[in-house]
Design a protein around this ligand. Structure first.
Ligand SMILES: C[S@@+](CC[C@H](N)C(=O)[O-])C[C@H]1O[C@@H](n2cnc3c(N)ncnc32)[C@H](O)[C@@H]1O
Length: 222
C-alpha cells in the first residue's frame, strides 16, 4: 500500500509499509537527534560532477535531509529525492520550501524500491553505506533508472577511510571502493572511478576523509 500527500509545493509518496526496520529506526533517531540541524551545504563532489550537465530529470537516492536534491532543484533540475527515513524527508521538505523549490519526495527503501526504468538524466547516490548485498541491489536499481545519455554519480565513504581517513562509518562491511561500484552498475560507461579526499567538516580533523567516486554514463543508444 502506498499513500500520496500533495500540497502546493511538495509531493510526498510513502511506500515503506514493512514492519519496523532497525536500520531505518536508527537513521530516524540519528536525524532526529544531533543531525536535526543537518548540513544544508551540498556535496562539493555533486557540484563539480554535475554543474556542466544540462538540467533534466534527476533522482537522488538516499537523499537524507535534502541538501543535494535541493541544490539540483535550485539549478533547474526536476528532482525526485528518495530516502527511507521519514524524519530526514521532513527536514528535506522544509529545506525545499525554505529554498523556494519543488521536489518530489519518496519514502522508500532503496534496496527494494525499483525506480522507473531509464527515466532520469541524472541519478545520484551519495553516502549510502550498506552491506555489500544490499548495496549491490540499491546500485543496480539506481543504474537501471539512468536514461540513455544520462549520468550516474555514486559517492561514498571508501574502505581506505577506515585506516587512512577521517570520520565516516567504522564498520568495514558498509564501506566500498570505486572498483566495487564499477562492478555493480552493469553496462554503464565509466567516466571516472577514483578515490577522492574531502576536508572534514569543522576543519579540526588531523586528516581528510577518503571517499570513493564513480561517474558513469549510459551510452546514448544503450
Ligand atoms: C549519510 S546519509 C547521506 C544523505 C545524503 N545523501 C547526503 O549526502 O547528505 C545516508 C542516508 O541514507 C539513508 N538510507 C540508509 N539506508 C537506506 C535504505 N536502505 N533506503 C533508503 N535510504 C537509506 C539514511 O536514511 C540517510 O538519510
Amino acid at each position: 500500500m502506498s499513500s500520496l500527500v500533495r500540497s502546493e509545493r511538495t509531493r510526498y509518496i510513502q511506500t515503506v509499509t514493512t514492519a519496523a526496520d532497525p536500520s531505518r529506526e536508527r537513521w530516524n533517531r540519528r536525524w532526529a537527534g544531533e543531525r536535526a540541524s543537518a548540513a544544508t551545504t551540498p556535496s562539493g563532489f555533486l557540484i563539480a560532477e554535475t554543474e556542466t550537465l544540462p538540467p533534466g530529470r534527476a533522482l537522488d537516492v538516499a537523499c537524507g535531509a535534502g541538501r543535494n536534491a535541493v541544490w539540483l532543484a535550485r539549478h533547474g533540475w526536476r528532482v525526485t529525492g528518495v530516502d527511507f527515513s521519514d524524519v530526514a524527508l521532513r527536514a528535506a521538505r522544509e529545506l525545499a520550501v525554505a529554498s523556494g523549490v519543488e521536489v518530489e519526495w519518496i519514502e522508500a527503501d532503496a534496496v527494494t524500491w525499483v525506480p522507473p526504468g531509464r527515466a532520469y538524466d541524472l541519478v545520484t547516490v551519495m553516502y549510502l553505506q550498506l552491506p555489500a548485498r544490499e548495496r549491490r541491489a540499491a546500485l543496480a536499481h539506481a543504474a537501471s533508472a539512468v536514461r540513455p545519455g544520462g549520468t550516474l554519480l555514486v559517492v561514498g565513504h571508501d574502505l581506505l577511510n577506515l585506516t587512512e581517513g577521517s570520520g565516516g562509518p567504522t564498520q568495514a562491511d558498509v564501506l566500498f571502493t570505486p572498483d566495487d561500484v564499477v562492478a555493480e552498475i552493469g553496462d554503464l560507461a565509466i567516466e571516472k572511478s577514483l578515490r577522492v579526499q574531502r576536508a572534514v567538516d569543522g576543519g579540526g580533523a588531523a586528516r581528510d576523509a577518503i571517499d570513493a567516486l564513480v561517474r558513469a554514463r549510459r551510452p546514448a543508444g544503450g
